[in-house]
Design a protein around this ligand. Structure first.
Ligand code: TXA
Ligand code: MG
Length: 323
């Protein structure tokens, strides 16, 4: 057991968090998408610790978080298209998968020994302050046990990883609420994971983007079918049902359901994304491990694509179901 410190994002807390990173330790940091589990991306001991704390398979590479474009260019090669996207969307919830520079100096565990690297500048003052105080790149997957619901609050992190990491920097709730959009740029631009920047916005800048097909060789290995899984069973695209906790979207009738949570009573996709992971956790708590959750249909455009991606993985058969 590692005693997990809770740190406030003031000068003292940031200095402490940066020192933990410099010592090869692990700090959960707030970002605009979800909380990330940060470690020194150049230190293989730190990066191995990230995989271990999460129980994450080592073949699933991590995102490198940097504070500015100059730092990003030390690790990845940017062509004109990649530069335009970086200038247009960073800091923000867009991760670019780019050719890795041979002289990058990152731990090979970060990239799972691929010749590409996933990189982004988070749009969160605390994350940026931490990366600057530390003075280098931090590898950061979402700060949850592998396969479970991602954390959007410091207490979500503590619930999953307390005793396994050195500190949590509490920066309040994440505003975007779903992970970054991942765009592969090592060949034709390919959407590897829908996320906090809508595909439509990216296509408005660079034209048509190919969609990743399940089973394609260049996948984001994190695109495993079961992910973000609550303990309760989850049924999608349905209305409230007797004996189930319902996650609604838009006008929703109370009534027969055990309880109703609403992602956005007005049908706002950005608000629904912000609330998604917290409400999945709440629904799980209310339903209990043997219970059932139902979720309303969500429009499949804009941020709705990311919400539907997370919901369908949360509902997928879990590996343990087939054991
Ligand atoms: O919003 C986010 O992206 C959050 C915050 C903390 O920044 N991070 C996050 O990390 O979602 P994680 O580890 O949960 O997801 C990273 C995804 C994985 O699906 C991984 O397979 C993919 O990025 N990935 C990383 N490097 C890659 C590479 N070189 N090629 C293809 N996919 C890559
Ligand atoms: Mg994750």
């Amino acid at each position: 057991m590692i005693p997990t410190e809770t740190l406030m994002p003031d000068a003292t807390g940031l200095a402490r968090a940066a020192q933990i990173l410099a010592d090869g330790g692990l700090v959960a940091m707030p970002t605009e998408t979800v909380y990330g589990l940060a470690g020194d991306a150049t230190n293989s001991r730190a990066v191995a610790g990230i995989y271990e704390a999460k129980g994450r398979p080592r073949f699933n590479p991590l995102i490198v978080h940097v504070a500015d474009l100059t730092m990003a260019q030390r690790f990845a090669r940017f062509d004109a298209g990649a530069l335009a996207l970086a200038v247009g969307f960073w800091p923000g919830p867009l991760t670019l998968v780019l050719p890795l520079r041979e002289d990058a100096g990152l731990s090979p565990l970060v990239t799972a020994e691929l010749d590409s690297v996933a990189i982004r500048i988070p749009a969160h003052p605390v994350a940026l302050a931490l990366i600057r105080a530390f003075g280098g790149p931090v590898a950061a997957p979402s700060a949850n046990p592998s396969g479970k619901v991602s954390p959007t609050r410091a207490d979500h992190v503590a619930a999953g990883l307390s005793g396994r990491i050195h500190a949590v920097l509490d920066g309040g709730p994440s505003t975007v609420g779903v992970e970054s959009t991942i765009l592969g740029l090592t060949g034709a631009a390919t959407l590897l994971r829908p996320g906090g920047i809508a595909l439509e916005e990216i296509e408005a800048m660079i034209g048509p983007v190919a969609q990743h097909q399940q089973g394609d060789p260049l996948t984001a290995p994190g695109q495993l079918a079961s992910h973000y899984a609550p303990a309760a069973a989850l049924n999608l695209n349905t209305g409230p049902e007797r004996g189930a906790v319902h996650i609604g979207f838009g006008p929703t009738r109370e009534g027969i359901a055990q309880a109703v949570l609403n992602l956005s009573p007005t049908g706002d996709l950005a608000e629904a994304a912000t609330n998604l992971f917290h409400m999945l956790r709440e629904a799980d708590r209310l339903a209990g491990a043997k219970g059932r959750i139902t979720a309303a249909p969500i429009p499949d455009h804009g941020l709705g694509r990311a919400i539907n991606d997370r919901l369908s993985r949360a509902a997928a058969p879990r590996p343990s179901d087939t054991l």
